[in-house]
Unconditional design. Structure first.
Length: 509
């Protein structure tokens, strides 16, 4: 490896007396790809903000390109070649690709007038470096998530980035887009640009990293070459314990299905989807982004107009034209984006847990009973092992794993018979993921019907009893999990992103 780009020595940071980071040492060399791994609340985000100048450490030193700092300003961090690409990419949707790529460079040079010829020239140069073609005149808001990410990377390159930090960069990408991103990162490494890659997805960590650093409880637990790790070792260092994976065993509760989906269609989204769902089942649905899986989930929750087919609950045909209709049928939905769709972030646990069933919390006089709301919140906190000192605390203060449990608890409060979960482990650490899976299995054992939508193969294989694969709005594969070969399932999912159809196992269960 080349010379050191970044060195952290004895970094310590606390907030309101609570230690967040303690004696962190870290070195990143030119051209090196370091994966920073840790659970929710481990201190990863705070460490990134210290490197980028957002937070100042209480003690310790930051050395960038040989220059020593006790604290950094964001402008100095950028000047020293540090670029952070956050999950929202910090781009301007109403500006063109070329404008987004070059804006930072224009500002850093203090230019008062824009040379549009140079804007296009510089933007094209940055895209050529990573080997990608995008229409320079296209508005960014019209691009895919992967293309926006490429624009953010191109912008960093144009500002002469010596170290690019990518925070959970693959959350909303398809498998093919992830492969392309891995290729781009490796090309950056060859050019001498260092990369810190932050991810919960261990397959990606092994695919891209040269070194792995694991942080837990604000301390650097281990920092070694990737060859010294396997998945179990990383999980152990992340959690401090070994996490076993038990497959889900379906225990039939009834011969009668709770839900029947018969030739269900939604114009432009999916068509002729059929399956039965029995009490105690966990049905997995997968497929590449754009396969229609999310639209199907929302349609089962009364979001989006059904153009054909029918839904039966306990044998009775139901018209699910709204969320209220779905809730009357005892259906709950946990969305993938818990921040904007799943939670009231600035409201307490009491308010969040009570939201779906507020009418049931009324006293005899017709007023909302705070006592009933508190009791509901305390029950869910205990049931789901949510790390909360008080039910009065706002949802925004919790880690991703706890937030996901809060969303699940919110819908459990409505006493559903069918619970649909879209990406239940997206953005949560390994330990929280395992705990969420345990909760879902227990709910199924208690008789709840669960539909789990995911692109995580391991998650599907260990938490479901049946798996459906969708492609271009159609079901192309449907099989009992116990009879599925993982390689075969991977092939089916890859086909779902290419328009190829596999064998159609669309028989009713």
């Amino acid at each position: 490896m080349g010379t050191s780009v970044l060195q952290l020595k004895n970094i310590y940071k606390s907030f309101t007396g609570n230690r967040v980071l303690s004696d962190i040492d870290l070195t990143v060399s030119a051209g090196e790809i370091l994966c920073l791994v840790g659970g929710n609340g481990s201190g990863k985000s705070t460490l990134i903000k210290i490197i980028s100048g957002v937070h100042a450490p209480d003690s310790g030193s930051i050395i960038l390109n040989g220059n020593v700092y006790s604290k950094l300003e964001p402008t100095e961090s950028i000047k020293q070649g540090i670029q952070v690409i956050y999950q929202d990419f910090s781009v301007f949707p109403n500006l063109t690709v070329a404008e987004n790529i070059t804006l930072g460079l224009q500002l850093s040079k203090g230019k008062k007038f824009v040379n549009w010829g140079n804007v296009r020239k510089e933007a094209k140069k940055a895209l050529e470096i990573i080997g990608v073609e995008i229409d320079l005149d296209e508005e960014l808001g019209k691009l895919s998530v992967a293309q926006k990410q490429i624009v953010a990377i191109s912008r960093a390159i144009l500002q002469d980035a010596k170290l690019i930090i990518m925070d959970e960069p693959t959350t909303a990408l398809t498998n093919k887009e992830i492969e392309r991103l891995v290729g781009i990162i490796k090309n950056l490494s060859k050019r001498g640009t260092a990369v810190i890659f932050v991810s919960h997805k261990l397959d990606e960590v092994f695919a891209v990293s040269q070194r792995i650093a694991v942080i837990r409880g604000g301390e650097m637990i281990i920092d070694e070459h990737v060859d010294n790790f396997d998945k179990d070792k990383i999980v152990y260092y992340m959690t401090g314990q070994e996490i076993g994976v038990e497959p889900f065993i379906y225990e039939p509760k009834s011969k009668d299905p709770t839900m029947q989906v018969i030739n269900l269609s939604q114009k432009g989204a999916f068509s002729d989807i059929s399956f039965d769902l029995y009490p105690g089942e966990i049905l997995g649905i997968t497929g590449q982004l754009g396969s229609g899986r999310t639209e199907l989930a929302k349609a089962l929750f009364g979001i989006g107009k059904i153009s054909g087919g029918e839904i039966r609950i306990h044998g009775e045909k139901k018209e699910l034209k709204s969320i209220r209709d779905a809730m009357k049928c005892k259906i709950g939905y946990v969305p993938e984006d818990r921040l904007t769709e799943g939670l009231f972030m600035r409201r307490s646990l009491i308010d969040n847990f009570s939201a779906p069933t507020i009418d049931n919390k009324k006293s005899r006089l017709g007023l909302i009973s705070k006592k009933l709301m508190v009791q509901e919140a305390e029950r869910r906190v205990k049931e789901l092992s949510i790390n909360a000192k008080s039910v009065d605390v706002n949802a925004e203060t919790f880690s991703g794993g706890n937030q996901q449990r809060i969303v699940i608890g919110k819908w459990l409060a409505s006493d559903p018979e069918i619970l649909i979960l879209n990406g239940p482990s997206v953005g949560v650490d390994v330990k929280s993921k395992s705990e969420i899976h345990h909760i879902l299995k227990q709910l199924a054992h208690d008789g709840l019907c669960i539909i789990l939508i995911s692109d995580d193969i391991e998650e599907l294989m260990t938490t479901t009893n049946r798996i459906m694969v969708m492609n271009e709005g159609k079901m192309i594969y449907h099989e009992d999990t116990s009879r599925i070969d993982v390689n075969e399932l991977n092939i089916k999912i890859v086909q779902s992103g290419t328009g190829e159809e596999g064998d159609n196992h669309n028989e009713r269960h």
